[in-house]
Write a protein that binds this ligand. Structure first.
Ligand code: SDX
Length: 376
């Protein structure tokens, strides 16, 4: 058996999948045959959710039915809210979410059923409930009662309403919906790999999703969008952005929102779309004044990082100012990433269960051999 080893499995093919593929040369993110950017321009998140989990884009009737199902299933069992209310208010939002996702399994009658129909039902329930939980995390932490999704409103509008407790404009709903589409699925990132590794023991969907949340929190992965906004707030103004970055680089720090294991020295196509989405929001007059400052700072940051490190933005770099422009609290940025990515994770967990091979790699052993325990 040929044994190869690549630190961090860099460049290693870890699974076969019909769900998505990053064609870096062709600069296309393929989602079940479609270009993700085409989907982001022409469809809604729930269209893409249907494509990921059921395998096809929905017709009008199927879309309306799925929107209705998601609003209905988004009613979270009260014990989950009680668990969240008991958690320390200092607990990171992703740790609170991880706790809630794990507990959700106890309230799903299909939890142990890995058949396709049960898994698709479970997937819709998980996506809907996780979106409601994410949208209320900060409210519950502050002791405010959760707001639930309303039948008749779209998934994106419901999330924005629950998060901001306001009445989002059409432009704001569209911008948020586009962010959900570009966050929905991205081949085999660490969190998807984690979920598939767990699912490969035939562990249940909620266990695999819990592993995904735990992985996504890390600042090398999903936690970067929260870190980008903290960076912009620290750098404060466009005039200070270049010196701020140069100082960070001198101290060998990573600049959040730049670089990517797969895109390497290329711009993440999703980042370009979110940059345009931010500009559209600003031009619509629907964004707070500070959004223009963030935009100007991000453009300067791009120029400095290309010049100094030959690195380009990833999705998190422009998703962060878009979320700030939508008045979303920073602590929800990564949880929203997870809520959106749950659609892709559900698809991967179903695919893993349907055609499974247990993940059990080997090691390159570098420790000692031949030692004998003393007989004292
Ligand atoms: C996501 O996998 C996915 O698809 C993930 C994701 C998805 O949709 O699921 O796209 C979402 O996680 C995007 C990435 C978000 N993370 C960040 O923005 C954190 C900052 N970026 C990095 O830490 C880094 O770029 C990674 C983690 C994203 C990729 O790391 P790699 O492939 O392991 O690259 P590396 O650490 O080997 O770095 C290669 C070189 C190094 O320089 P040298 O030491 O060789 O001189 O590039 C440098 C690094 O120092 N480098 C950076 C940098 N990223 C890489 N230097 C400064 N700032 C950075 N952000």
């Amino acid at each position: 058996m040929e044994q190869s080893y690549r630190p961090g499995l860099e460049g290693v093919i870890a699974a076969e999948t019909a769900i998505s593929f990053l064609d870096v040369e062709g600069e296309e993110i393929v989602i079940r045959g479609y270009n993700l950017l085409d989907l982001a321009q022409q469809k809604t998140y729930v269209d893409v959710l249907h494509l990921l989990v059921f395998g096809t884009l929905p017709d009008e009737k199927e879309l309306a039915q799925l929107e209705h199902t998601l609003a209905e299933e988004g009613k979270v069992p009260d014990p989950i809210w009680n668990i969240l209310k008991e958690l320390p208010p200092t607990m990171h939002a992703m740790d609170r979410l991880r706790t809630a996702v794990s507990a959700l399994g106890g309230f799903d009658p299909d939890v142990e059923d890995t058949s396709l129909e049960a898994s698709q039902r479970k997937g819709m329930r998980a996506i809907a409930r996780i979106a409601t939980i994410v949208s209320n995390l900060h409210h519950v932490r502050e002791g405010t009662e959760p707001l639930l999704p309303e039948v008749g409103k779209s998934f994106a509008e419901n999330m924005l309403r629950m998060i901001t407790r306001g009445t989002p404009s059409a432009e704001e709903i569209r911008a948020f919906d586009q962010s959900l589409i570009v966050y929905s699925e991205h081949e085999m990132p660490n969190s998807t790999f984690a979920a598939r590794v767990i699912a490969s023991t035939m562990a249940d969907m909620y266990g695999a999703l819990t592993g995904g949340v735990a992985s996504l929190k890390g600042y090398l992965h999903g936690g970067a969008n929260e870190a980008v906004m903290i960076m912009l707030q620290e750098a404060k103004t466009a005039d200070q952005m270049e010196s701020y970055i140069l100082e960070k680089l001198r101290s060998k720090a990573r600049i959040m929102g730049f670089g990517h294991r797969v895109y390497m020295k290329k711009m993440d196509p999703r980042a370009q779309l979110m940059k345009e989405t931010l500009k559209t929001l600003i031009d619509s007059g629907k964004a707070p004044v500070r959004a223009q400052t963030w935009y100007d700072m991000c453009v300067i940051g791009e120029r400095v990082m290309q010049r100094e490190k030959g690195l380009y933005p990833n999705l998190d770099y422009y998703a962060a100012p878009v979320y700030d422009a939508l008045n979303i609290p920073v602590e929800l940025y990564t949880p929203i990433f997870f809520a959106s990515r749950t659609a892709g994770l559900v698809a991967h967990i179903i695919e893993q269960h349907a055609n499974n091979r247990l993940f059990r790699p080997r090691v390159l052993y570098t420790g000692p051999r031949g030692l004998k325990p003393s007989s004292n």
